[in-house]
Design a protein around this ligand. Structure first.
Ligand code: UT7
Length: 325
């Protein structure tokens, strides 16, 4: 049995927020943001938008490419930390929007690693016989939890969604290997504490701005580089491949300096690390499927290519997957 990605799609809001726009809103500069992160602009959805709207647009494109109708989908997983509502799941809203009436649907929260976690779960569902065709979407409206009074985080994040269709394609290689890790002891490095059971919604919680993203950037950066290198090597070793076998590396799009450092330590050839964070910033669980979809549209990722994806995020969580397209 082989679990293959047969469709990919993405959708982003039309609204563009550039570094120059941010210069007018806070004490920052295009030069600082570009040098420290590589980000030039990000997409921001109109107020009142639903994460599932973008997930649905991305999913329809992925389903069109796969030639799979809504009635054929057995399971829907949405990787998100910005759900439409606390409950029901964004995956249920997506199911309704797609008319995928046969599917069971649930969300998965592994922050920026959520897409790779979801791919691993989807692969397991198909291999166990619990589903034949699975739709996975990484979808985020991070603008809903950005603190625009905190320049150290406000410049980093954006909105968007990507999606893939997974199915059993016998006699063809598909998702070859994945590796996942977590370290909950480092949760304080990156979180959004308000609105859960520890800090339920209250005037005090909002006054303390606990409903926004908080991050220790330096420590997160250091952990990201170390863990991304480790887990990427783990997946290569487990599958008996080397970095030279890889056609394209799509890392989580958080910071160009992180990607450059990881690519250098892995010994990746120039031009094999895909970057689109200059256009979208960090879109958390959506970043890898958006990048996969764009790379496919541009011809940078083709059928038969050996694709390596790696992500790192809050939790802490990190993971990697080796995929034959
Ligand atoms: O997706 C999940 C994983 N997330 C990440 O991987 C993010 C990891 N972290 C990072 O990408 C980087 O740590 C940041 C981009 C967030 C920050 O870059 P940095 O090089 O670590 O900067 P810093 O936090 O050490 O700040 C350096 C200086 C400080 O000023 P002083 O204290 O040196 O005077 C900051 O106040 O830059 C200042 N600064 C800014 N200046 C202009 C912080 N944010 C800004 C800003 N504009 N937006």
């Amino acid at each position: 049995m082989s679990v293959k990605i047969t469709g990919i799609g993405h959708a982003v809001p039309d609204g563009v927020l550039t570094n120059f726009d941010l210069e007018k809103m806070m004490d920052t500069s295009d030069e600082w943001i570009t040098e420290r992160t590589g980000i030039k602009e990000r997409r921001i959805a109109p107020k009142g938008s639903a994460t599932s709207e973008y997930a649905a647009r991305a999913s329809r494109k992925a389903m069109d490419m796969a030639g799979v109708g809504p009635e054929e989908i057995d399971a829907i997983i949405v990787a998100t930390l910005t759900p439409d509502m606390k409950f029901p799941s964004t995956a249920c809203f997506l199911q309704e929007k797609l008319g995928a009436q046969r599917a069971y649907a649930f969300d998965l929260n592994a922050a920026c690693s959520g897409f790779i976690y979801s791919l691993t779960v989807a692969k397991g569902l198909i291999e166990s016989g619990a589903a034949r065709k699975v739709l996975v979407s990484g979808a985020e409206l991070l603008s809903t939890i950005i603190n625009f009074d905190d320049r150290s985080t406000a410049v980093l994040f954006g909105d968007g969604a990507g999606a893939v269709v997974l199915e059993d394609v016998p006699d063809e290689e598909g998702i070859i290997c994945t590796a996942l890790h977590s370290d909950g002891s480092l949760w304080e490095l990156l979180n959004c504490p308000g609105g859960g059971s520890v800090y339920p919604i209250s005037k005090e919680m909002i006054d303390e701005k606990l409903h926004y993203i908080r991050m220790n950037g330096n420590e997160t950066f250091k952990n990201a580089v170390t863990r991304l290198v480790e887990v990427t090597r783990e997946v290569l070793e487990k599958s008996g491949r080397t970095i030279d076998d890889i056609d394209l590396f799509i890392p989580h799009q958080a910071n160009k300096r992180i990607i450059d450092a990881v690519a250098k330590r892995l010994g990746l050839s120039d031009g094999k690390a895909y970057l689109n964070l200059h256009k979208y910033g960090n879109t958390s669980a959506a970043s890898i499927p958006i990048a996969m979809s764009e790379a496919w549209e541009e011809g940078a990722l083709k059928k038969g290519d050996l694709l390596l994806i790696s992500a790192f995020g809050a939790g802490l969580t990190w993971g990697s997957a080796l995929i034959r397209m």
